[in-house]
Design a protein. Structure first.
Length: 249
């Protein structure tokens, strides 16, 4: 159910959601009745109620020798989501401002070439996001790309809003397209190399010092990628690209 999937993102287990829903439907209820309604044994129900109380979603009051539990209004779920969003935003700001720069100091020197391999749509999305993140931190917010005709319809499949986010960050790109096609886009310049035998290969190369990313397809439409983190290699690729760019009409 969509309720269970959504509340799972707020940290509620399926059983916690079942108990919370049972309480909403029944009103103030004893543990025995909650357990029967949720289809869970009493011992487990009690532990679940403790967890829901810690999340401030359940309260209780004594009635005779029994405890009666009551679900807090559903609006508290929205407040819980908003609190988590604020915490995530604060964590992201701290990561960007302090923690990630400090962690980078722990990484090996960029004089050593680091190679990372990725597969599938999730891997390609990671590479595209890495391009945006890396270039956004550079003085020159521009990167360079070789792109073949056969890979274009697969490239942004996992990240359809890539171009919009690139433009929002003020990042420009120069593209040498291999083969015909390719759409105009803001902050993008494009030149073409006429179709050759290499046009039969589905490939994409992004040059964004200190990194280069190489994306290709295997078995028809399964994408794989490699990121090389090497200042020397990236700068050599940049020089070669710029030289070819100047020679193209």
């Amino acid at each position: 159910m969509i309720i269970h999937e959504t509340l799972a993102r707020l940290g509620l287990s399926n059983r916690e959601t079942d108990v919370y829903l049972a309480l909403l439907k029944q009103g103030p209820t004893s543990i025995r009745d909650i357990a029967d309604a949720a289809g869970i044994n009493r011992g487990t129900t009690y532990e679940i109620l403790k967890g829901l109380r810690e999340k401030s979603l359940v309260t209780y009051f004594p009635r005779g020798k029994r405890k009666y539990f009551c679900a807090e209004p559903p609006e508290l779920l929205l407040r819980l989501a908003e609190n988590q969003r604020d915490e995530i935003e604060q964590a992201a700001a701290l990561l960007e401002r302090e923690i990630v720069p400090d962690l980078r100091l722990l990484s090996p020197s960029t004089a050593i070439t680091n190679v990372h391999h990725y597969e599938g749509d999730d891997g390609i999305e990671f590479v595209l996001r890495d391009i945006l993140q890396t270039v956004a931190e550079q003085g020159e917010k521009q990167y360079r790309v070789y792109s073949s005709r056969l890979i274009r319809k697969y490239l942004y499949r996992p990240f359809p809003h890539f171009t919009r986010q690139r433009v929002q960050r003020g990042i420009s790109v120069r593209v040498i397209a291999i083969g015909e096609g390719g759409e105009d886009a803001p902050l993008a310049q494009r030149k073409w190399i006429p179709s050759t035998e290499s046009d039969g290969a589905a490939s994409y190369v992004a040059i964004y010092p200190p990194k280069c990313a190489f994306i290709s397809l295997v078995k028809g439409d399964y994408p794989t990628a490699v990121i090389l983190n090497s200042e020397a290699i990236a700068l050599a690729q940049k020089i070669a690209f710029d030289t070819l760019w100047q020679r193209l009409d």
